[in-house]
Design a protein around this ligand. Structure first.
Ligand code: ADP
Length: 165
């Protein structure tokens, strides 16, 4: 089992699945969500409309259309509200449920963005600690997944993931 760091745009990755840090509507937004929808093309939004949204901490899978990967796993991270609103459990659940879904579809590789650390303002160090701890624990239970990529976009996350891994 390999855990890698890639710095750059997640839409360029050719892993079996890339994870989208979506919002509960699943109808697109800014940040990584906007980039994924732009690169996948309008068919992605069409499929997302059939899913009836997604709760915070849960995950849903779609095809990837014009993207280089095969599937997009959409998960909804918590908005940071100071730390007393189960943000840590919800963030943990995003990573766990996304990996469970990838495993259910027998996928061999998956790439994650730094969920909730953009517009949703989750403190980056705490988010990175949760992400790494959760994926390690969950990957130990997987039969199909062989590779996991943390796709970092900014220098701060790049530094954090390098240190923590
Ligand atoms: P959230 O609402 O969950 O905070 P954002 O999209 O605002 O979602 O940010 C999540 C993370 O994704 C941030 O660390 C941001 O820098 C990063 N990000 C933004 N665009 C991309 C992209 N094209 N590829 C990978 N990561 C990205």
């Amino acid at each position: 089992m390999k855990i890698k760091i890639f710095k750059g745009d997640i839409t360029k990755l050719k892993t079996d699945a890339i994870v989208n840090a979506a919002n509960r509507s699943l109808l697109g937004g800014g940040g990584v969500d906007g980039a994924i929808h732009r690169a996948a093309g309008p068919e992605l939004l069409k499929e997302c409309r059939t899913l009836n949204g997604c709760s915070t901490g849960e995950a849903k899978i779609t095809k990837a259309y014009n993207l280089a990967c095969k599937h997009v796993i959409h998960t909804v991270g918590p908005v940071w509200s100071g730390g007393n609103y189960d943000e840590d459990q919800l963030l943990k659940s995003c990573y766990k449920e996304s990996i469970k879904l990838a495993e259910k579809y027998k996928l061999q590789s998956i790439a994650f963005p730094n969920i909730s650390t953009g517009v949703y303002r989750y403190p980056k160090e705490e988010a990175a600690e949760i992400a790494i701890k959760t994926v390690r624990k969950q990957l130990a239970k997987c039969k199909h997944l062989k590779e996991l990529v943390f796709c970092v976009f900014d220098d701060e996350n790049f530094k954090l993931y390098n240190e923590l891994l």
